[in-house]
Design a protein around this ligand. Sequence first.
Ligand SMILES: [Mg+2]
Length: 227
Amino acid sequence: MAYFKPVTHVLFDMDGLLLNTEDLYTIGFENIASRYGKKFTFELKCKIMGQHSREFAGNIIKELDLPLTVDEFLVETRKIFAELFPQCKIMPGVEKLIKHLSKHKIPMGLATSSSKETYDMKITRHQEFFKLLPYKTYGSDPDVHRGKPNPDIFLVAAAKFPQKPAPETCLVFEDSLNGVKAAVAAGMQVVMVPDPRFDRSLAPQATLILDSMEDFRPEIFGLPRFY
Ligand SMILES: [Mg+2]
């Protein structure tokens, strides 16, 4: 059995991990690609997951050879997402885990590549729940210079905890490979809860890979167990 080191602080990615917004991104990108007779594939999706909006826009345009500028692409996606994001749902097992850790006063933070603006859209129906994560870092944070798979966002997020925990005492939850790489580069352990279609052999660096957050047992990382 793999050896898990005890942790004191927890950081969560948001898209596809806490919220089902990755499915909504897929719907939006498929819609735009289809207008130009192109197909937005799962392989391309895996490549861009976790990136900042300007980064993923540029990569999709390049890979699919779309006749759009980054700004034009973002204007089109914004129209679609303004309708889709406020309807997003919390992923299975997430509420139970975060409420449990919150009750036990485990310091928790959010580390999302989303801008504050899109974050606000996504949490429209989940305002109270997101208050359980007091420390928040967005992709639009001026201290986050480089997107995932670079470690910036997790280092900035960990530095927001008043206790200034060492990276090895922080546990990250991620759904994307770029996010897993970012967490490992930051020196943190990372639990991956990927899309079921994801090829797990591509993420040997993940500390643990789960089918669902419902399968997570906090005690293996020294956190309070469910009872
Ligand atoms: Mg994600």
